[in-house]
Design a protein around this ligand. Sequence first.
Ligand code: NAP
Length: 262
Amino acid sequence: MNLNLDNKVILVSGGAKGIGEAITRTIAAEGGIPIIIDPSLELGHKLVEELTSKKQKAHLIPLRLLEPQHAEEAVEKTIGKFGSIDGVVNNAGANDGIGLEYGSPQAFRKSVENNLGHYYDLVHYALPHLKSSKGSIVNISSKTAVTGQGNTSGYTAAKGAQLSLTREWAVELLPYGIRVNAVIPAEVMTPLYQKWLDTFEQPDQKLALIQNRIPFGNRMTTAQEIADTVVFLLSDRSSHTTGQHIYVDGGYTHLDRAIGRE
Ligand code: NAP
């Protein structure tokens, strides 16, 4: 299937590592131009070099999106170099473990701001360009938004709000022909996931327990499986899909976790 992504310019926050890296690689492989917005300077440069050596296109904007002006800068730099924006993938985030009992009101606010603020900022500043291109927006949320996880109030509040904003923006942007969807991963091995696993006394046992509960194949979802769905939603092959929350999780969130077990 040709996804018609040739030379489409797509912003990918956190595009140098983990799920974002897989999204970057997949956009580039489909002929698009991923704009990696990520503070990981060395990894980001390496990735761009690797992709360009394969005659693919990619560009790095080494930035951590913290304040609105960072998103504004990323959009301005992209327009300065490429002249258009065809899509936004809001992906950057961190499960920072700010709980209710052991957190603080200040840390909670900071976590929500860090995980949610730049989702709004990037789309806000990219909007005039998305209107011109009738672009597509994909928000990466998390299973924790609908199941909870415990001890991570800020992160889950932000992830839930990303699902609400997906519906809200899908409605607001209908007149412009801009589609907005969310992809919801559950368990994907990435640097962020490994960091979370390492907070347990026996990470290997915890991982085995989780994998055993994932109905489809008793395994983690790969970053590539997330990226393939994201790239489909960016493409005009999903031209009548908007306002959707799509779970790419081997059935972990919705199917009976006793399936396939003794
Ligand atoms: P990851 O391995 O930590 O990669 C995320 C990348 O984003 C890193 O390079 C990180 O840089 C960068 N980043 C973080 N905050 C940023 C910001 N404000 N501005 C720009 N770049 C930023 O994470 P991941 O596991 O791939 O997660 C990606 C997304 O998937 C997140 O939204 C996460 O909530 C969601 N998700 C992941 C899983 C999973 O199982 N992995 C499950 C559910 C949802 P630094 O490392 O320098 O901070």
